[in-house]
Design a protein around this ligand. Structure first.
Ligand SMILES: Cc1ncc(COP(=O)(O)O)c(C=O)c1O
Length: 405
């Protein structure tokens, strides 16, 4: 039994008092922000606004200190070896694009292989694809088992092809299935692969430990960790980051420029071109510092309780086709009402102020693989209650009645 106090946690979010009629089950898309985060951003703009790293005045120096403190906060949260291993960017998509672009120009050679999985978000497919054809690099894909979990035997077989890079999501954004990340990283390292973890959904599931995971890269977005949109993190081991060709140039990433030659600044600045999202960085560190006041393990237990309740409720509704398995699931459930379009279901839920997502969830190859046009997705956060789950189940029962009448 979880001893997590959901009601007092929920009070941290102004959204729920200002919009009490909404049941928000679209957390895998983006999460609500606690007052602590909104206040930190407001305070920065109202009292401290200034650019970083280059000002001659004390406001800029204070903003720089705050910005670099945020970098140290993130490094400490994910147990990176040093703050210079934290690169701020706009989100997981930007980070994955930077890694794919950066490695493609340095490490990868024609004929090399990259191993992805059938579960990936487009952000962990297309950045690789954009370069692979031109550079003669081959993409292999790990298939799924019958219950839509990653096929780990096939993963091991594909590792025998000795991929240079293995890149996969910690948690599927569609199905919620959790990958055995630590084991998969260790196996990939045995064949000498560079490991890239898409932690977009994983970052809120558990506090990741970079030194323990021992991956080369780990990426996430702030807005899926109670932080603001437009800010994310590219973590990389220091030596790996030095191998990345910068995708953007200009600003603080420069050392010297002439029309003949340009040299770059040291890490982390080398990979942070232009004026950064300073307020976003401050908001992200506020989210991380706030979150550490709570017991993340208890929060997760609470989410699993919601998942269990939702899953058994769904299973009892006639005509529901469940795509997610409750096993190794982080609290994301994809399903359909048999014979009905996912958008019609989501529309009916929306009419009752139940926010879910419908479609292919930026994972078209997964939907082709499982031969579905799309799905409705309910994703839970620690601020959701059993009442939220019950309201959603009731609305779904009514949707089935309306659509199949
Ligand atoms: C697994 C996964 N990877 C990558 C992304 C991209 O994140 P962002 O849009 O914040 O860059 C998402 C977003 O939903 C995701 O769920």
């Amino acid at each position: 039994m979880s001893c997590f106090d959901v009601q007092s946690f929920r009070q941290q979010f102004a959204f729920f008092t200002q919009q009490p009629s909404w049941v928000y089950l679209d957390n895998a898309a983006t999460m609500h922000k606690p007052t602590a985060v909104i206040d930190a951003i407001t305070l920065f703009y109202q009292q401290q606004n200034s650019n970083v790293h280059r000002g001659a005045h004390s406001l800029s120096q204070q903003a720089t200190t705050r910005y670099e403190q945020a970098r140290a906060d993130v490094a400490q949260y994910i147990n990176a070896k040093q703050a210079a291993e934290i690169i701020f960017c706009s989100g997981a998509t930007a980070a994955l694009n930077q890694i794919a672009f950066g490695l493609m120009h340095t490490v990868l050679q024609p004929g090399d292989r990259i191993l992805l999985t059938q579960l990936e978000h487009h952000a962990n497919i297309v950045p690789w694809q954009l370069h692979c054809q031109r550079h003669g690099v081959i993409i292999d894909v790990v298939p799924l088992t019958k219950d839509n979990q990653l096929d780990l035997d096939a993963y091991n077989q594909l590792l025998k092809l000795k991929p240079k890079v293995v890149s996969f999501c910690q948690i599927s954004n569609v199905l919620g299935h959790i990958q055995p990340v630590k084991q998969m990283i260790a196996q990939a390292k045995l064949v000498g692969a560079i490991t890239v973890i898409d932690g977009a959904q994983g970052i809120v599931y558990e506090q990741p430990d970079m030194q323990q995971l021992d991956c080369d890269f780990y990426v996430f977005s702030g807005h899926k960790l109670y932080g603001p949109t437009g800010i994310g993190v590219l973590y990389g081991k220091f030596d790996r980051l030095t191998e990345l060709t910068p995708i953007f140039a200009g600003g603080e990433m420069i050392d010297q420029v002439s029309f003949v030659n340009t040299t770059f600044n040291q890490l982390p600045f080398r990979l942070e071109a232009g004026t950064p999202n300073i307020a976003g960085v401050i908001g992200l560190s506020a989210a991380i510092n706030w979150l550490q006041k709570f017991n993340i393990v208890e929060m997760q237990k609470h989410k699993l309780l919601l998942l269990k309740h939702f899953y058994s409720g769904l299973s009892a509704i006639k005509g529901i086709d469940l795509l997610s398995s409750p096993v190794h699931n982080a609290g994301i459930v994809a399903f359909n009402i048999i014979g009905e379009h996912h958008s019609d279901v989501a529309d009916l839920l929306n009419q009752q102020h139940i926010a879910v997502r419908a479609g292919q969830h930026c994972a078209m190859p997964l939907f082709s693989y499982i031969q579905q046009r799309g799905a409705v997705r309910c994703s839970f956060a620690a601020y959701n209650t059993l009442d939220d789950v019950n309201q959603c189940l009731l609305a779904l029962e009514q949707a089935v009645e309306i659509l199949t009448a």
